[in-house]
Design a protein around this ligand. Structure first.
Ligand code: AVJ
Ligand code: FE
Length: 447
């Protein structure tokens, strides 16, 4: 079973190419060498690090591990090892220059495509529970590398957002779709079991496996992410000045940072403006709020008399079909995301207005779960029961149970291949340079 996914080599080659054109668009077209080598923020790598890291990861996994070819540049592995080199220190490494990085990536890619013909990507016969998974099973390692490039492209967009100076990224005019906001503010998710995670999605990472049955009591979940307008009500009601709404950790963060609004917001008389990729504009009221951290999301939820959803609640709202009792790959079904379903893949440089994607709603009527903004959940990143690290502990396992909060659903900057209803992202509760927002939930029965 491969969940109806096309695992043809043509698809893999096309997706590899799509990722590369995107990476080059974020580095080559946009900025000169000096800007690529600069550290725009201590939170981020110089863009040229991400670029060569993408190629080095591809060399390690697709050339050496998958195709068994000889290493091209084992001498640079240590420079592009994310664990050996904290982000703030990468600027001081003897990195490949931008043109060297492009040439290296192209060399790796040429060999990868050359070797692709000879690899066996068939779906294996069902394995026993103790048999280890295989790197090539149903194209796994190729999917991992395709997603990896897009994940770094999203990270590079966060670097672009932090960068000062004239705008360099172009924005396509968003297609005008009919605006059909959800009729109700909340959806009731009925009590009962659902399937969380997956055993057989050929794009799924180790942390999305294995599939587990989770039984949840009934709850309400917001049918849309919290908007800028709603978030401003919290601000104007003294949200950032009222200790009561915040956790101890959250209040400490807020006091230390002096935060009074989401990141990149600036006062404009009585109004609020925001900086977005080098442009300044009034904050649009009906878009999902973004660039808030876990503490801010949690404080808002407390103020609203609600709470953040757990990640299980988020996933059930996104996948559960009450008519069949089954879990879907996406809120709208098992089909690939199309433009009408969700705002993904950097088509715009920000979230879409609430109500723009009625065709992407879940069976329970929850909108915009996929795309727009990553949504904070109350869950600490952990392994599902039966978790097995694959193919390396440093993708997921080393982050388990250490205070990282799970984010779900992808943002406008997330590529369609790099998100699904089972996909789990994570970050520290203080981070807000990512494209993060949230929605609220509450118990259906008072506890
Ligand atoms: C899953 C987004 C948290 O960017 O740190 C990139 C993805 N892992 N390279 C990250 C990742 C290795 C990861 N996140
Ligand atoms: Fe990486």
């Amino acid at each position: 079973m491969n969940n109806g996914q096309d695992i043809s080599k043509e698809r893999i080659a096309a997706e590899l190419d799509r990722g590369r054109r995107r990476s080059l668009g974020l580095t080559l077209d946009a900025l000169d060498d000096e800007e690529l080598l600069t550290q725009h923020s201590p939170l981020m790598s110089p863009l040229v690090w991400d670029l060569a890291h993408i190629g080095n990861y591809e060399e390690q996994w697709l050339l050496r591990a998958a195709a068994g070819r000889e290493a091209l540049r084992p001498d640079i592995d240590h420079l592009y090892d994310a664990f050996e080199n904290p982000r703030a220190e990468r600027v001081d490494l003897p990195l490949l220059r931008p043109q060297e990085a492009r040439d290296y990536n192209e060399r790796v890619r040429r060999e990868v495509l050359d070797a692709l013909d000879g690899v066996d990507l068939t779906v294996p016969a069902p394995r026993g529970p103790d048999d280890p998974p295989g790197l090539l099973d149903a194209g796994f390692v190729y999917h991992m590398v395709i997603q990896h490039e897009h994940q770094h492209d999203e990270t590079m967009l966060a670097t672009h957002q932090l960068r000062r100076g004239a705008p360099v990224l172009l924005e396509e005019a968003p297609a005008v779709a009919p605006l059909r906001p959800p009729a109700e503010a909340e959806a009731l998710v009925p009590a009962g079991p659902f399937t969380m995670g997956t055993d057989d999605d050929p794009w799924a990472y180790d942390n999305e496996k294995p599939a587990v049955t989770v039984d949840l009591p009934a709850y309400f979940i917001d049918t849309a992410p919290v908007t800028n307008a709603a978030y401003r009500e919290f601000m104007e009601d003294g949200g950032y000045q009222t200790r009561h709404w915040w956790s101890r950790e959250g209040w400490e963060w807020k006091e230390k940072r002096g935060a009074v609004a989401p990141a990149f917001w600036e006062r404009e008389g009585e109004e609020w403006a925001r900086r977005r990729f080098g442009r300044r504009e009034l904050v649009p009221p009906d878009e999902p709020v973004q660039h808030v951290n876990y503490h801010e999301a949690r404080a808002y939820a407390e103020w609203a008399g609600k709470r953040l959803p757990t990640e299980a609640e988020w996933e059930k709202a996104a996948r559960f079909d009450p008519a069949t009792g089954e879990s879907r790959r996406h809120p709208w079904g098992d089909g690939e995301p199309a433009a009408r379903h969700a705002n993904l893949g950097q088509r715009r440089l920000g979230p879409a207005t609430v109500g723009r994607h009625p065709d992407g709603a879940s069976p329970l009527g929850v909108h915009q779960l996929i795309g727009d903004v990553w949504e904070w959940t109350s869950t600490t990143f952990h392994g599902y029961p039966g978790f097995r690290a694959f193919p390396y502990r440093e993708y997921s396992e080393v982050f388990f149970d250490s205070g990282y909060k799970v984010l779900r659903g992808g943002s406008w900057a997330t590529h369609p291949t790099a998100v699904r209803s089972t996909f789990r992202n994570w970050d520290l509760p203080i981070r807000r340079q990512i494209f993060s927002g949230f929605r609220c939930a509450r118990d259906a029965e008072p506890a």
